[in-house]
Design a protein around this ligand. Structure first.
Ligand code: ADP
Length: 449
């Protein structure tokens, strides 16, 4: 096992990894920008290294600075968290080239899944059901129009290098194809430096259901069921739950096994998430994320497995610590994402926290790097906390979430907290009957001026 791990990230996820390291008896090294000298992940880690000025490109995304920090501190492995360098195949390669261990899959698998067209082709070949669409990249508008007519409208134009909901445009009819095609390409070019796009049938009222998998890199893999992340705004998740209110145990086992078999066959190593849209009882693969997800705690709650610990074990060459037959979900978990954003427009709202109190009690987990007097820097993602509750069943989890939200205090800045008590009043949320469009519609109705 490693004796020291460097965490190439910040905020709640860096703290999350520090916690796993401490429980495993591994020393942790935090890296930080000059804007994060007082950050909680820096305070909690055993050591810290300042790696540059505030902009991510000059610190958290700067591979040479991170590798140097490993050399200075003697860290043997790097945990990338999510975002930043977590799905950067060249970084994973550089880490390996320096005789360090990247806590994640191989550069080859990151590259394979980072290109959505290659990912889809690979998954289809492994027997994973995919959304009907173009056969790979579509290069000209004429081709896009031809494929659009074949698969039938509405059609979504997606960037093969896409992520974070960007580079995706909807064409409701043939008349909208020219605009959708061109704007998806130019957005993809400027956001990802790659304007390759492909087409998919646009599913009108699907749920977003994703399966957590773990591979040991030697042909063995397990799944840890699904998370339902259908509550989204601008293709970004807002609330996640496990298990999905839409699946029964048989369906879960079936799709879970398809996913575990697929990653086992490619000798995948570490944590991965296979994302699907689910409509009328059918699953349609959309992408695979080759890292830990923001919403991993709901899986941890219902399966009782520490996913970061599992990632570290696998990276150290140990076998999976769990057997598929022992992985049975217990109860129900819900996570809400708390952002430093002002409603109703979700405008970023950094600033100083004048008072902070985290909720507690049975079945409540607060993953956050906030503290009293903390100044949220304006340079990074606006996620400041994740509140996760676990109950014996969904109604108990809902009641617990409502109770925990009532205890939470985050003063001094605007946050998305007020959204959640209002959502919990909604009959559709209480019954679990919502698709990926539900939240946008609700926001439009609730906040219309
Ligand atoms: P990203 O990598 O940018 O997150 P994804 O491919 O994971 O992009 O898609 C993000 C979200 O966009 C999905 O959760 C869903 O809400 C929507 N979406 C993607 N593909 C489709 C599709 N074919 N039909 C309908 N909605 C889609």
């Amino acid at each position: 096992m490693f004796s020291k791990i460097l965490i190439a990230n910040r905020g709640e996820i860096a703290l999350r990894v520090v916690r796993a390291c401490r429980e495993m008896g591994i020393a942790s090294v935090a890296v930080h920008s000059t804007a994060d000298s007082d950050a909680m992940h820096v305070r909690m880690a055993d050591e810290s290294v300042c790696i540059g000025p505030p902009p991510g490109t000059q610190s958290y995304l700067l591979a040479p600075a991170i590798i140097s920090a490993c050399e200075i501190t003697g860290a043997e492995a790097i945990h990338p968290g999510y975002g930043f360098l977590s799905e950067n195949a060249s970084f994973a390669q550089v880490v390996e080239d320096h005789d360090l261990i990247f806590i994640g899959p191989s550069a080859e698998h990151i590259r394979m899944m980072g290109d959505k067209i290659t990912a889809k082709e690979t998954m289809a070949a492994l027997g994973v059901p995919c959304v009907p669409g173009s056969d790979g990249e579509v290069q000209t508008l004429a081709d896009a129009e031809r494929v659009g007519d074949q698969i039938g409208y509405p059609v979504i134009v997606k960037a093969t290098a896409g992520g974070g909901g960007r580079g995706m445009k909807l064409a409701r009819s043939a008349a909208e194809m020219a605009t959708a095609f061109q704007s998806a390409r130019s957005e993809a070019k400027s956001a990802f430096g790659n304007d390759a796009v492909y087409l998919e049938k646009y599913l009108t009222t699907p749920r977003h259901i994703e399966v957590q998998v773990f591979g040991d890199g030697r042909g063995n893999a397990v799944h840890l069921g699904e998370r339902d992340c259908s509550l989204q705004r601008r293709h970004q998740k807002v609330l996640e739950e496990a298990p999905s209110p839409a699946l029964d145990a048989m369906t879960r086992t079936k799709i879970g096994q398809i996913c575990a078999d697929a990653v086992a066959r490619i000798n995948y190593s570490g944590a991965g998430t296979i994302e699907f849209l689910y409509e009328n009882g059918e699953f349609y693969f959309i992408e695979m994320n080759t890292r830990l997800q923001v919403e991993h705690p709901v899986t941890e709650a219902v399966y009782g497995v520490d996913l970061v610990r599992e990632q570290i074990r696998i990276a150290a060459g140990l076998p999976l610590s769990v057997l598929q037959e022992n992985l049975v979900p217990q109860g129900h978990a819900i996570e809400v994402r708390i952002n430093a954003e002002k409603l109703p427009r979700f405008s970023p709202c950094p600033g100083t926290i004048s008072a902070y109190h985290a909720p507690g009690g049975l079945g409540v987990r607060m993953d956050s790097a906030l503290y009293d007097g903390y100044s949220i820097p304006p340079y990074y993602d606006s996620l400041i906390a994740k509140l996760i509750v676990h109950g014996r069943d969904r109604p108990e989890a809902l009641a617990r979430l409502s109770r925990a939200l009532g205890e939470l205090i985050v003063d001094g800045i605007d946050t998305t907290v007020p959204l959640f008590p209002a959502l919990l009043e909604e009959p559709d949320i209480r019954s679990g009957d919502y698709s990926i469009h539900w939240l946008e519609q609700w926001l439009a109705e609730t906040f219309e001026d």
